[in-house]
Design a protein around this ligand. Structure first.
Ligand SMILES: Nc1ncnc2c1ncn2[C@@H]1O[C@H](COP(=O)(O)OP(=O)(O)OP(=O)(O)O)[C@@H](O)[C@H]1O
Ligand SMILES: [Mg+2]
Length: 322
């Protein structure tokens, strides 16, 4: 099995410049803060961890964030997260799709100078996909840490995106890592990883999508601190859209007004409102010369509803504001 297949649920980071081509400035990261002291309850790592620095043998090099991901704070979430990280409290980011959860955790990992390993959870994911497995190669079998074990062993922030998509028998593997024990038993290997002092688990989910079958168990939820995310108020959202797309503030504001109109229809014919991500798409098309009405139809209206009446209502909102 190739490494690519094995790691299908997560991947090393792309250079930020490749992912945020419109970003106007890419300030370098502030000097990495000296490693935060481990909380008294966090045991020391059992085996010598990889150096926290960025030497050539840095096993987490691919997961380090060297350029600042742009994040516009909307309240006190940055300070709260920093405090949570200081005591290594596992964190849960809750909020609708496209409102900034992933960007926030990328920004925080950069700010704290910690590598970030992201896992896109899905219902086919097994505990072995997270923890690791023995692989067969020309020299016999060898153990390959999964993303959770890699993060725990070497000291990364492990971000489990859309955690509720994972089956509950998979989710429970994070339990011993997210309470005072901070351990990860590797049953198949006969090893217990004592989490590196820098290790933290962050999970995200969209509370709107949960059904009874898909909600997290209380025993999972109660291991985490929670931060609520939502679409920012309109001046801030326009600022984000402007920054991310390069569009002028006037059009950014109009796009936000359209989104606010659509968000009021949530639960009245729309399952979900227009997200900040969609506004950035629309703005980026307009910025590249696409007709604004066409850009909004493509990026804002068509993706979120197939209902002809709802499409008409949204199309007319677009025409009203643009
Ligand atoms: N506060 C913010 N600061 C900077 N950019 C933001 C902010 N909120 C949203 N964005 C922009 O919106 C885009 C979508 O945000 P992001 O991918 O973080 O959403 P998400 O909440 O993780 O969504 P999902 O639940 O679908 O994964 C980001 O790529 C970023 O450009
Ligand atoms: Mg996300």
């Amino acid at each position: 099995m190739s490494l690519d297949q094995f790691y299908r649920t997560y991947s090393p980071r792309q250079p930020a410049s490749a992912r945020y081509p419109n970003q106007r400035s890419m300030p370098q990261r502030a000097p990495a803060p000296s490693p935060a002291p481990a909380p008294s309850s966090a045991p020391a790592p059992s085996s010598a961890p990889a150096p926290a620095g960025t030497g050539s043998n840095d096993i987490l090099a691919a997961y380090r964030i060297n350029e600042q991901p742009y994040y516009r704070s909307v309240a006190d979430e940055v300070e709260l997260y920093e405090a949570a990280y200081l005591v290594r409290m596992p964190m849960m980011l809750k909020g609708p799709t496209g409102c900034g959860k992933t960007r926030f955790v990328e920004h925080m990992a950069w700010k704290l100078g910690k590598p970030l390993i992201t896992v896109a959870c899905n219902e086919d994911m097994t505990a072995s996909d997270l923890v690791g497995r023995f692989l067969l190669d020309a020299n016999g079998t060898r153990w390959q840490d999964g993303p959770l074990a890699l993060a725990a062993r070497h000291g990364a922030i492990c971000y489990l995106d859309e955690i509720v998509e994972a089956r509950q028998d998979t989710t429970v593997v994070i339990h011993p890592l997210t309470d005072a024990r901070r351990i990860l038993p590797l049953d198949k290997k006969g090893e217990v990883i004592h989490a590196h002092p820098d290790f933290q688990v962050v999970i995200s989910y969209n509370p709107g999508y949960q059904s009874l079958m898909k909600d997290l168990k209380q025993s999972t939820k109660q291991r985490f601190g929670g931060l609520d995310f939502n679409y920012p108020e309109h001046e801030v959202e326009a600022e984000i859209v402007e920054h991310e797309s390069g569009i002028g503030r006037d059009i950014a504001k109009k796009l936000v007004q359209i989104a606010e109109r659509a968000r009021n229809l949530k639960g009245h014919g729309l399952d979900e409102g227009i997200s900040t991500r969609m506004l950035i798409y629309a703005a980026s098309l307009i910025q590249r010369g696409v007709d604004p009405l066409a850009a909004c139809r493509v990026a804002l209206v068509r993706p979120i509803t197939d209902d002809p009446d709802m499409r008409d209502a949204l199309d007319s909102a677009v025409t009203t504001y643009l």
